[in-house]
Design a protein around this ligand. Structure first.
Ligand code: LLP
Length: 445
């Protein structure tokens, strides 16, 4: 169930806490995350795949893709709900470790990991390093040998499936920086070369399996199935050629969420069910032991758990063309706290949060306060005709890739993240930046 409702006075509430109260206690703008929703989505995702896969004898695990939203509290919520943590840099790894997540429950990703990041991962005893190039295989092996350990690795393969929001296109997918291709120009494919390199360095590397990730904000289930078929086929080839049964497959993340009413993602239980039927026929045809499967959802868990509360400032109506007018509603944040409209042309919606109004709705554009005309928060939304300075707007589904992509453009202080606990208490899990923070790294020289 949604974290949102309205109280008797018409104010939007997040898990029963009025947004006016949140803004009064913690300021505006604020990111507001519902701990209950985050936990429920994390648990729900894990349980959906377990329910679909366990009847086939397939064990599954979920690695929360922490790039979507990561603080020590968020990492602990995910871990408490039985998820592992996927990190994509030394910084994310450090935050996960600071949260007390055991190394073996952490994965490290990245197409250009530094030796320092790999060393930190090995020293933390991470559960897996997902290698992304042939050179990296040598680097990880060398660092593992230096430490007298064996590094658990997965190979990231390029599954040749490009998935976008409403469709997936099986072309032009090779031309990107991630992973090792399944296609060979001549001789072995880069993916097979990587398998050979890992098996050849078995003193230092423990090849756990294969990884793929087809993209992000995906609604079409076919892409996941097609990717799964391709990594399963590679697993068969590896077994035929080297007599090795790779125990694990990771199918990545990318499960889409609804930002506006126009978005209709498939239910995660249906996606899990489709994967289970595909697997059951693949497993029937295979003599290999069933693989262990894992997934890396980020947005699915974090996105709908969070919203942003803004305060309205200037309201201006402009004439677009003769007889056509547009109302610009400015808020106290913008592209520095949500870069996604600018970066990806992403759509959001907004509601008047601090009160209800009987005024007829007016087509509005919610914009930020940055010195850039593209600084749009919500391109088109109907808001009551009397929206005015001091009103609060709530923009839902900002839990993923908003705080993590935030900047200090125009030296705006980044908002804090307010967590609403299941008991209705609120606290800042990351505090708002102050002018002191803004100046902290300016050496003054
Ligand atoms: N696993 C890997 C290897 C990934 O590269 C990603 C996302 C994920 C998992 C999680 O994907 P998710 O389930 O969150 O879709 N900044 C963009 C999204 C970039 C995603 C990058 N990789 C946005 O705001 O839409």
């Amino acid at each position: 169930t949604s974290q949102y409702a309205r109280d008797a006075s018409g104010c939007v509430t997040v898990d029963s806490v009025p947004v006016t109260e949140i803004a009064r206690r913690h300021g505006s703008p604020s990111y507001v995350v519902s701990e209950r929703t985050f936990r429920a989505r994390a648990r729900g995702f894990r349980e959906a795949f377990e329910a679909a896969l366990h009847p086939l004898g397939v064990q599954s695990a979920v690695y929360y893709a922490s790039k979507a939203l990561l603080t020590t509290a968020v990492a602990r919520w995910a871990a408490d709900e039985g998820l592992n943590i996927d990190t994509a840099s030394g910084g994310e790894l450090a935050v996960a470790l600071a949260a007390g997540i055991p190394g073996e429950r952490i994965a490290l990703h990245g197409n250009n990991k530094s030796a320092e990041e790999i060393a930190a991962a090995l020293d933390a005893g991470v559960g897996r390093i997902v290698v992304d190039s042939l050179a990296e295989i040598d680097l990880v092996a060398g660092l593992a040998r230096d430490r007298g350990t064996r590094a658990p690795v997965m190979i990231r393969v390029t599954p040749g499936v490009h998935a976008s929001t409403h469709e997936f296109i099986a072309t032009a997918h090779e031309d990107q920086k991630f992973g090792l291709s399944l296609n060979a120009e001549d001789g072995d494919s880069p993916a097979l070369q990587a398998v050979a390199a890992c098996l050849g360095a078995s003193d230092a590397l423990e090849l756990r399996g294969l990884h793929c990730h087809i993209g992000s904000q995906i609604f079409a289930a076919e892409g996941f199935g097609q990717a799964a078929e391709r990594v399963l086929a590679l697993r068969e080839t590896v077994a035929e050629r080297w007599g090795v049964s790779l125990p694990e497959l990771d199918l990545g993340g990318g499960h889409g969420v609804a930002y506006t009413a126009a978005d209709t993602p498939r239910d995660v239980a249906d996606i899990a069910g489709d994967l289970a039927s595909l697997l059951s026929s693949a497993l029937r045809d295979s003599r290999l032991p069933v693989p262990h499967l894992s997934f890396e959802p980020g947005r699915f868990i974090a996105g709908p758990s969070g919203c942003t509360v803004y305060t309205v400032g200037t309201v201006k109506t402009v004439t677009v063309s003769p007889g056509v007018r547009r109302r610009y509603v400015s808020v106290d944040g913008g592209m520095s706290d949500n870069a996604r409209p600018v970066l990806y042309d992403a759509n959001y919606t907004a509601v008047l949060g601090s009160r209800v109004s009987q005024e007829p709705p007016v087509l509005s554009r919610v914009v930020g306060k940055h010195c850039e005309s593209g600084d749009v928060v919500v391109k088109d939304v109907y808001l009551p005709g009397d929206v005015h300075a001091g009103d609060l707007l709530v923009v839902p589904v900002t839990g993923a890739y908003c705080w993590s992509l935030a900047s200090n453009y125009n030296w705006l202080a980044r908002p804090g993240i307010v967590a609403v606990a299941p008991d209705g208490s609120t606290r800042e899990i990351v505090r708002r930046e102050s002018v002191t923070d803004l100046l902290a790294r300016d050496t003054g020289i």
